[in-house]
Design a binder for this molecule. Structure first.
Ligand SMILES: Nc1ncnc2c1ncn2[C@@H]1O[C@H](COP(=O)(O)OP(=O)(O)O)[C@@H](O)[C@H]1O
Ligand SMILES: [Mg+2]
Length: 241
């Protein structure tokens, strides 16, 4: 059905957390989800290996640039959603993965100091559009946002993105203890036990709103593979530029 990639060439931006939140919310809504863990550090795979069996979820691990295209093509016909979690470094995987995506989500921490890794992804998407006419829908999600205050740096990041006509999700992902605990406990957010330091119900409401917004972006058009998905020819792009 739809391929959604989480990309930011900086580690710690919140890619895996956002990918895990979307995945578990989609499972909660009875979708079947395949996650492609393209990060050699295997954060998503490690979470999955320690978690209880989830019959509607599979995780492909050790996926690299030479193998990603074949795997995505196979998986997209078999699963409702394919979610690609990319590493936090510049890698040839970035161009391959975005070229296979129906939507790219770029988590950017609500602090301008950390926006650079996101900017590299947005540069690549702009380059593909201008030089090759390949338009890949994409959005920024502000991540690790302090739920209590709107910081000036976050407003600055938002303004900058708006000026560049980059779509920013209405729902930011808050910094919450419960989102960290999901990883530590190897559980979906809704299966955490006991009072969470980060506020369980607020965390669930945040994840729910994030997933709903992503689903509304994907829309019904994602029910079929885009005609260009198998024929996109990606121009060379130096992500180090
Ligand atoms: N919204 C959040 N609330 C609390 N902790 C977070 C949040 N997002 C990320 N983290 C923590 O920050 C670290 C890096 O996040 P991660 O999602 O792995 O980033 P990335 O995949 O971009 O490298 C992890 O320890 C994770 O638990
Ligand atoms: Mg990660």
């Amino acid at each position: 059905m739809a391929v959604i990639t989480f990309a930011n060439t900086k580690g710690g931006a919140g890619k895996t957390t956002a990918a895990l939140l979307l995945t578990t919310e989609l499972l909660h809504r009875n979708y079947r989800v395949c996650v492609i863990d393209a990060d050699p550090q295997r954060w998503f795979s490690r979470w999955y290996e320690g978690a209880a069996l989830m019959p509607r979820l599979t995780v492909d691990t050790y996926v690299s640039a030479p193998t990603i295209q074949k795997i995505v093509h196979e998986r997209r016909s078999q699963w409702d959603f394919v979610i690609i979690d990319l590493p936090g470094i510049q890698s040839p995987l970035l161009a391959s993965a975005v070229g296979l995506s129906d939507h790219v989500i770029v988590p950017i921490q609500g602090s301008s100091m950390d926006a650079q890794g996101g900017a590299q992804v947005l540069d690549l998407l702009r380059y593909l559009d201008r030089k090759a006419g390949i338009r890949i829908p994409h959005s920024v999600v502000l991540s690790r946002v302090n739920p209590a205050i709107t910081t000036r740096s976050m407003q600055a990041v938002k303004r900058l993105l708006c000026e560049q006509e980059i779509h920013v999700l209405d729902t930011p992902i808050a910094e919450r203890g419960a989102f960290r605990e999901m990883f530590d406990m190897h559980r979906p957010l809704r299966k955490l036990e006991g009072p969470q330091s980060g506020g369980g119900e607020k965390a669930i409401a945040n994840a729910e709103a994030f997933a709903s917004e992503v689903l509304s972006l994907i829309g019904t058009g994602a029910a079929q593979a885009p005609a260009y998905a198998s024929t996109r020819r990606m121009p060379a792009f130096d992500t180090a530029a």
